[in-house]
Design a protein around this ligand. Sequence first.
Ligand code: NAI
Ligand code: MG
Length: 490
Amino acid sequence: MSATAMKRPTIPAIKQTKLLIDGKWVDPIDGKSFETLNPATGEAIAKVAEASAKDVDKAVKAARKALESGPWSKTDAADRGKMMFKFADLIEKNKDELAALEALNCGKTITDSYGDIDGTVNTLRYYAGWADKIEGKTVPVRGSFLSYTLRQPVGVVGQIIPWNFPLLMLAWKWGPALACGNTIVMKPAEQTPLSALRVGELALEAGFPAGVVNLINGFGETTGDALVVHPDVDKIAFTGHVDTAKIIQKRAADTLKRTTFELGGKSPNVIFADADMQQAVDGAFHAIYFHCGQCCTAGSRLFVEDKIHKEFVDRLVAKAKGRKLGDQMDPTTEQGPQVSKEQQDKILHYCNVGQKEGATLVLGGKRHGDKGFFVEPTVFDGVKDEMTIAKDEIFGPVVSVLPFKGFDEVVDRANRTFYGLAAAVFTKNIDKAHLYAKAVKAGTVWVNCYHIVDTTTPFGGFKMSGQGRENGEAALEHYTETKTVTIKLG
Ligand code: NAI
Ligand code: MG
């Protein structure tokens, strides 16, 4: 839907704020709740139930029961797929409401929210198709034996997701988990619980038996931690900050849980002088400013070849000056607020540090407006590799421009980070494109494009940007255990 064709959405009614445990919407045992906000105004939208460790325990028990003795344990793989298709259909049917809810709670523009709902539906349909295609092997063992492998669910999986793509992250995690027959206890991000709660209702309508999906709202250090340390959870799948992943890995160690992590990055976007200038400017712009820079793959280190550096920065700045900031519910808005005051403060702090360390602030660096959590599109030029703004994940609309001279130099500098989630290159030279794609240490590489992420292709990080892969066939490996069965013949 184009922005011009789209009408301003009506503010959706908040239909669900409780915990989803064992197929029922329940109040938390301790009766606690917390407010969730509209980041454009900082005002509360609703109060949602807050799960304590006791509620987490209830949800884990429900998921265990559903896995081992409930109807789910006897559901044919094809029927699991059918439920998932129905679930995807229901999300599509309620697309307008869900897009509006996502925009309201997360601050992403209504146009981007529609994109997220499409991605959510595509992901669920893709994995619905996998449900009855996850096969074992027969293995040519020595001796008079028949050996074959079974691929069985990992078990009860705990899933902890962030606030930047609330529904899409839910789909990336529910899709493969359900296709493989696992049961789920999910903690949505405390900033953005509303869309997950609404699709929790749709999951029940789609027919998933009680306990297959459970939703426990709450904060990381309490609710999230209770899930991570729970002895009856088999796996934790997490998306968020690298430092949170380190805590989770340590906390999960006592029970030796399987863990998969999708963490952030400081992704290098390299522009060679032979690139199509307009395509490269547009690409670099989208790389950093899409969803206010709140993307794990944000192209925050922008390497520009010396020869075109000045013209390139001028054109990027001119484009950024034209960006329309404002109310995320207005279809003509291009950039909404950051998700929270905490994020806004963090980004503005980095804008100060950048100036103190000697980078040139060419544009932005300030709060936009006097209400909500907006930050101006920001460009720092003349950034050096060792500066803080070239090393830390800022997670905001702040790009660091780093001039370079040669191919080997830029590849070496691009790789000098402990992150390795994504990388991009803009060039018309096919050799440079392929050599860069091979040499750069990142789980995803884009050539002459940026942020193209499809549910069919593996996604994840090298180095400290993650462990394991989501999307594509690759994700199935992390949601199955392989069992070898050997039979004596004759
Ligand atoms: P975070 O990593 O603290 O939170 C992500 C999720 O983990 C949330 O659901 C949170 O409640 C949960 N969590 C936090 N601490 C936990 C713990 N000890 N045990 C279990 N669960 C825990 O990220 P946060 O604080 O929201 O944002 C901070 C920074 O993290 C951002 O500025 C950004 O740099 C990065 N980030 C990266 C994301 C990505 O897509 N890779 C997404 C969100 C944030
Ligand atoms: Mg945190």
